[in-house]
Ligand binder design. Structure first.
Ligand code: ADP
Ligand code: MG
Length: 256
């Protein structure tokens, strides 16, 4: 159908969820990010892989300004978050983040962990926040754990609670930084299963991970970083199955 105003018959081009241009980050004399170009389209799942110390977490943390970029541009849904005029709090509510450590409040129940930020940042009432929390607990398969304390849960369950907590803020996108790296191997599958389900529902996701099976199966694109640069990126079959760069080949030979 033609656009009523412009008459255009082509679909509007959505802005990328995340767009990073020439991002540099320096700690003292340590150049951690050396001109990163990176993007995640809306609805896309991008897996970021690479050796320890290559700058993956720093890149992820720059995306919601947990780290201050040294130079470069970071756009979130078309808004320049490096602009000092930008309302960072408003941007941050659109971005859910899940870390390796679950960071749940130990003295609060699961339900309270899920309602706290909703009530503070989203100004939701007690009943509405609890309703949304229970819906998201159900989604991650933990409806029956609402009244448990974090210490009563396994690591995998705690991480699923952390995902449900992030989802309860209605984010437009989710960033994961090695969400399964702290888990016992037998608990990894449930967390990856929740993430896979999220992806299938169309969630925009940036996933830093060492889980190559997940990257291959769920990722729309895989980005390989090494030494603060993006060495290679593309569809999983290419980057994981037929890497072009020696550094990618060397990394994959160690982890696959
Ligand atoms: P990755 O997540 O790929 O393992 P990081 O982004 O955590 O890599 O770290 C990249 C480099 O930046 C490492 O050399 C690390 O020591 C350094 N680094 C990370 N955070 C800080 C910090 N807050 N202060 C100083 N150096 C840091
Ligand atoms: Mg890291």
């Amino acid at each position: 159908m033609a656009h009523p105003v412009t008459g255009s018959t082509t679909a509007p081009v959505a802005v990328p969820a995340i767009e990073v241009r020439e991002l540099c980050k320096t700690y003292g004399s340590n150049d951690v990010l050396k001109g990163i170009d990176f993007h995640v389209d809306q609805g896309e799942v991008v897996c970021v892989i690479g050796p320890s110390g290559s700058g993956k977490s720093t890149l992820l943390r720059c995306v919601n300004r947990l780290e201050e970029p040294t130079s470069g541009v970071i756009m979130v849904e078309g808004i320049d978050i490096t602009d000092s005029e930008t309302d960072l709090d408003a941007i941050r509510t659109r971005i859910g983040i899940v870390f390796q450590q679950f960071n749940l409040f130990p003295h609060l129940t699961v339900l309270q962990n899920l309602t706290l930020a909703q009530r503070r940042a989203k100004k939701r009432g007690k009943r509405e926040a609890a309703e949304i929390a229970r819906r998201n607990l159900e989604k991650v398969g933990l409806a029956e754990k609402a009244d448990a304390f974090p210490a009563q849960l396994s690591g995998g369950q705690q991480q699923r609670v952390a995902i449900a907590r992030a989802l309860s803020m209605d984010p437009d996108m989710m960033l994961f930084d090695e969400p399964t790296s702290a888990l016992d191997p037998e608990l990894v599958g449930d967390v990856l299963g929740v993430m896979k389900q999220l992806a299938s529902e169309g969630m925009t996701m940036m996933v830093v991970t060492h889980e190559m099976g997940f990257a291959r199966e769920v990722g729309d694109r895989v980005v390989f970083m090494d030494g603060g640069v993006v060495v290679e990126q593309g569809v999983p079959e290419d980057v994981l199955g037929d890497p072009q760069h020696e550094r990618t080949q060397s990394f994959l030979s160690k982890v696959l």
